[in-house]
Design a protein around this ligand. Sequence first.
Ligand code: HEM
Length: 406
Amino acid sequence: MDNPSRRDVLKTGGLLGALGAFAVVTPAQARPWRWSPAGSIPGTGSGADPRQVWDDEADPIVASLLERGDVPRVNELLRTWKKNSQPLPEGLPSDLRDFMEHARQLPSWADPAKLETAVRFNEKRGLYLGVLYGFVSGMMSTVIPKEALAVYYSKGGANMKGRISKTAKLGYDIGSRNAYLDDGEMIVTSVKTRLVHAAVRHLLPQSSHWADLAPEDVPISQHDMMVTWHSLPTSVMRTLKEWKVPIPAAEADGFLHSWQVSAHMLGIEDQYIPATWDDAESQAQQVLDPILAPTPEGVKLADMLLDLGKGLDFSLLTRPILGALTRFALGNEIADWLHIPREPVWGTLLDVAWGPFIAVREGLLPLPLAPDAYWTFDELLRQFVLLYMAELRPISIEIPEFNNPN
Ligand code: HEM
């Protein structure tokens, strides 16, 4: 048996204990589920512990596709399915087709006016979102232990940069003008991602690497989905507030709504989707904040992520700058977990000049006090946006057939 002691520790939830150098924390796994469905979109629900709920609809169908050897044919057919309003391709297995016809429907509570307001939010804040999705959400995913394990040992773990930037791209796509409209692509992206997650639930338990380390038998529960969800919109909103970016309430609500719809489309049950930012915050304090912790896999994934700009023509997206940015945005504790060195020059510049830079950009201060720093930061944000636009188009989400071969 590989490393039984680490598995044993993980199984009882004390992930940090497995690393020896860290204190054993109270296992989040062992705590009772407390978040009430009263704070969810329908305001009611069974209240079932989401750590024991996966995706009843998608999982059996995708497991069966994998068992039947249908996945290569399905992937080929689905490559042509790109736009929200496009009919499903001819020739899909009937069980999959039936599921997808149902899964592509927006929830009855989707509100076009709020989605339109989300577009306004994204247009106004688009320059920040590249760095926020990439370096707040993306880096955070490396200290979400179960996600780091799942990602590292699944097929995409062999190409971490691609995997993280695709998730960031989904965040970015949500903000496109036509995201959920007929000519947009968010519905397609979400339904395909739902299929990918269902495949991972079937495949990862067959990986001895994963099975030896994971604290559960089946990955990507509804609880895990919400954890990752909070690493996206909730963390973005928390950071924007920290940076003192003024956001009108209607725009904040629109942004939340676009992510609520995406949660539903990714297969998260409505009873777990927070209704308001206050509900989201209360849920994040329960599901996200206490579980952040380092793992050897997460440290390796973060190391790969710091090379995001390598070999590309983006002069500011270097390892030291990205490291300083991670430390600035996520704090010293997380940066130390990830073995990211301190960068005195860039670290100090961010500490001193980022606040005034935001204030000038937001029209709260008249002139940049340090024009060089202002333009450097502005260019940094622009390079992130370009990176996502240039690197990740077109995105093709395919159902995996195997785990990380390494
Ligand atoms: C794949 C997004 C939650 C693990 C993907 C992909 C996207 C995505 C866009 C497709 C990427 C690609 O084609 O390479 C999201 C979003 C989530 C979420 C928006 C929550 C709101 C999770 C969670 C886990 C997870 C909670 C694990 C605990 C994975 C894995 C893959 C994947 C292992 C497959 C990579 C492969 O091909 O091997 N996710 N994800 N995801 N996701 Fe998620």
